[in-house]
Design a protein around this ligand. Structure first.
Ligand code: PHE
Length: 341
C-alpha cells in the first residue's frame, strides 16, 4: 500500500503540471485529494494494514496529502492569474464596434398633444395658468353656478376625500374662478391645462383620470362670434387647414349660451365611419359665453365685462389623431404603446 501511495504521489505531481485551466485543475483535485479522491481513500483504508505499519503509512500519507494540497493551492493561483490575463486580453475594447445604444425617453403622447395645444393658444395670446387638482366643492361646483342639489351635478361623478368639501377636481373649470380672482378686473386670456378626476366605470372610452385644457377669455366686448372664430382657428391649426367645425347648442351651468364643438371626422373625412359613429362629426370640446353669475363670482361686473370659455380633452384628440381605440393605454405605462409615439 505504501508503494501504491508513492506511485500515486508521483502521478499526481506530474499530472498537475498539465492542468492548465480551472476545469482541469478541478478534475485533478477530485481525482487525488478530493473527498472521493484516491489519496483520500487510501488514507481511509489505513485500518486494513497490520498494526505496526499503520503509524508509518498514516504519517507518510498525511505528508503527501498536505504537499499535494499546497501544490493545488499554488497551481490554482497560477491558473486564476492566467485566466484573468486571458480574459482581459480577449475583452480588449474593439473601437471599431458600434456603440451600445443608449435608451432615450420620449414625450408621452398626451403631453405631445398638450404641448401642441399650448403652442397654438400661445400664438393667439393665451398664457398657461395652472391651478390645483385637489379642489373644494365650492370652486368646482358652487362658484360655477352648480348648487348642491342641482341635477347638473350628475354630469360630474366626483371623488370625495375624507375631508368634507374637499374633492378631486372633476374638470378644469374651477380654474376659471381662480384665474378671474387673480386677474380681476383686468382682461384675461388663459388656458388652464391639467389632470381631472371622475368616479367613472373604466372602459375603453372612459378613464378616472384624464387631462383637460380649459380656455378663458374675459374683457369688454367679447362676443359669441369671437368664441366661434377663435375655436375654429384653433381646430384648423391643430387638425389641418381645411378642417370643418360645427357648433351645436348644449347646456353647461357656467356658460350661457353653451355649445359643443364638433369637427368633421378626421378619419373618414365626413363620410361616416365607426369612430364617428357614422355621423361624420367628432365632438372635441364644450364651450360657451361665461355665465353672468360666474363672472360675478370671479370679481367681474357682467354689465361691463363678458367672456368665453371652453374645455377640451387632449387624450380624446390624441385618440382621434392616431386612431387609438382604448383610452386605458394612456396611463397603462406599457412601453409597447408609448414607444410608438
Ligand atoms: N367643464 C366642462 C366639462 O368638463 C367643459 C366646459 C368648459 C364647457 C368650459 C364649457 C366651458 O364637461
Amino acid at each position: 500500500m505504501l508503494q501504491q501511495l508513492e506511485s500515486l504521489y508521483k502521478e499526481a505531481c506530474s499530472a498537475i503540471e498539465t492542468a492548465s485551466d480551472s476545469d482541469a485543475l478541478q478534475a485533478w483535485e477530485s481525482k487525488f485529494i478530493g473527498r472521493k479522491g484516491e489519496i483520500t481513500s487510501l488514507l481511509r483504508s489505513v485500518g486494513q494494514l497490520p498494526k505496526e505499519e499503520r503509524a508509518n503509512f498514516g504519517k507518510r500519507a498525511n505528508e503527501i496529502k498536505d504537499e499535494l494540497t499546497a501544490l493545488y493551492t499554488e497551481r490554482e493561483e497560477l491558473v486564476r492569474q492566467r485566466e484573468l490575463a486571458h480574459s482581459l486580453e480577449e475583452g480588449e475594447i474593439d473601437v471599431t464596434l458600434p456603440g451600445r445604444p443608449i435608451p432615450v425617453g420620449g414625450i408621452h403622447p398626451a403631453n405631445q398633444t398638450l404641448r401642441e395645444i399650448y403652442d397654438i393658444w400661445a400664438d393667439m395670446g393665451f398664457q398657461v395658468f395652472r391651478t390645483r387638482e385637489v379642489e373644494d366643492d365650492e370652486t368646482n361646483f358652487e362658484m360655477l353656478n352648480i348648487p348642491e342639489h342641482h341635477p347638473a351635478r350628475d354630469m360630474w361623478d366626483t371623488f370625495h376625500t375624507t375631508t368634507p368639501g374637499v374633492i378631486l377636481r372633476t374638470h378644469t373649470s374651477p380654474g376659471q374662478i381662480h384665474a378671474m380672482r387673480h386677474f380681476a378686473p383686468g382682461p384675461i386670456r388663459v388656458i388652464l391645462p391639467g389632470m381631472c378626476y371622475r368616479y367613472e366605470q373604466i372602459s375603453s372610452r372612459k378613464e378616472i383620470q384624464f387631462n383637460q385644457v380649459e380656455g378663458l377669455a374675459v374683457g369688454t366686448n367679447i362676443r359669441l362670434s369671437d368664441l366661434k372664430g377663435t375655436i375654429a382657428a384653433f381646430a384648423r391649426r391643430m387638425l389641418g387647414e381645411n378642417q370643418k367645425v360645427r357648433f351645436r347648442g348644449s347646456y353647461f351651468p357656467f356658460t350661457e349660451p353653451s355649445m359643443e364643438v364638433d369637427v368633421e371626422c378626421i378619419l373618414c373625412g365626413g363620410k361616416g365611419c365607426s369612430v364617428c359613429k357614422y355621423t361624420g362629426w367628432l365632438e372635441i370640446a364644450g364651450c360657451g359665453m361665461v355665465h353672468p353669475t360666474v363672472l360675478r363670482n370671479g370679481g367681474y361686473d357682467p354689465a361691463i365685462h363678458s367672456g368665453f370659455a371652453f374645455g377640451m380633452g387632449p387624450e380624446r384628440i390624441t385618440m382621434l389623431k392616431h386612431d387609438i381605440k382604448d383610452i386605458r393605454y394612456f396611463w397603462g405605462n406599457d412601453l409597447r404603446f408609448l414607444e410608438q409615439f
